[in-house]
Ligand binder design. Structure first.
Ligand SMILES: *Cc1c(COP(=O)(O)O)cnc(C)c1O
Length: 220
């Protein structure tokens, strides 16, 4: 793995307004440190336990790191997640019940936290997320004005099982971007999109992704 080369290659493809989240799940903490040392700050994990352990190990050597939780979150893990030093965002808020619990626990946070509501654009059964615009909007309206927990954007994943991977990815990302624009307009509130992984990030960038989440391709 060559962090400088990998990072430079992706950064060269990022238009203004698009950001890279490095997905470090299953990677050793030394790999995170390597990317931190060349200036990267945003890292994503999909398991609370692993995130907690890595954040403790890296607390003093990566003081400005921003941690992103990107995996399905069980509500009995909220307190543990909220104790993570430098927790910056959760991309995987996938139903209203979870959102209500995240809002209710906000007193346990030491700083502001940004939430992405996950939207199921692929309609695949095993994927979690809000299923229609109305439920998404209802959830977006639950955020109190002066909570530490902020509505930040919408997240989705492209269809996995398909013969037409690229076409499906484009459909999913295009739909998320349109829904983001509509919701943002109706709420008069700016929103971002989190979409695109190693296999489909170029399509996500063409559909104006604000955050692409890359793991595999940065660690080979
Ligand atoms: C693992 C993961 C990614 C990164 O996927 P790669 O194919 O390794 O780039 C992005 N988003 C989510 C939600 C993930 O779980």
């Amino acid at each position: 793995m060559n962090p400088s080369q990998n990072l430079a290659r992706i950064q060269g493809q990022l238009p203004a307004g698009s950001n890279l989240l490095i997905v470090s799940k299953t990677r050793p903490y030394q790999d995170i440190q390597a990317y931190y040392d060349i200036g990267h700050r945003d890292f994503g994990e999909n398991r609370v336990q692993e995130l907690l352990e890595k954040s403790e190990i890296l607390k003093s050597t990566c003081p400005d790191i921003r941690w992103h939780m990107i995996g399905h979150l069980q509500s009995n893990k909220i307190n543990q997640l909220y104790s993570v030093h430098n927790l910056w965002a959760i991309h995987s808020v996938d139903d209203q019940d979870l959102l209500e619990k995240l809002l209710k626990a906000e007193a346990k946070l030491s700083s502001n936290l940004n939430l992405f509501l996950q939207y199921n654009t692929s309609r695949e059964e095993e994927k979690s997320g809000f299923e229609d615009y109305e439920s998404l909007k209802k959830a977006a309206l639950l955020f109190p004005a002066n909570s530490k927990v902020k509505l930040y954007g919408l997240m989705t994943m492209g269809t996995l099982r398909t013969e037409n991977f690229e076409g499906e990815a484009r459909r999913c990302f295009h739909e998320l971007n349109q829904i983001k624009d509509r919701l943002s307009q109706e709420l008069s509130y700016p929103l971002q999109t989190s979409m695109g992984m190693s296999q489909d990030y170029q399509i996500a960038l063409e559909e104006k992704a604000n955050w692409i989440r890359l793991g595999t391709m940065l660690f080979i």
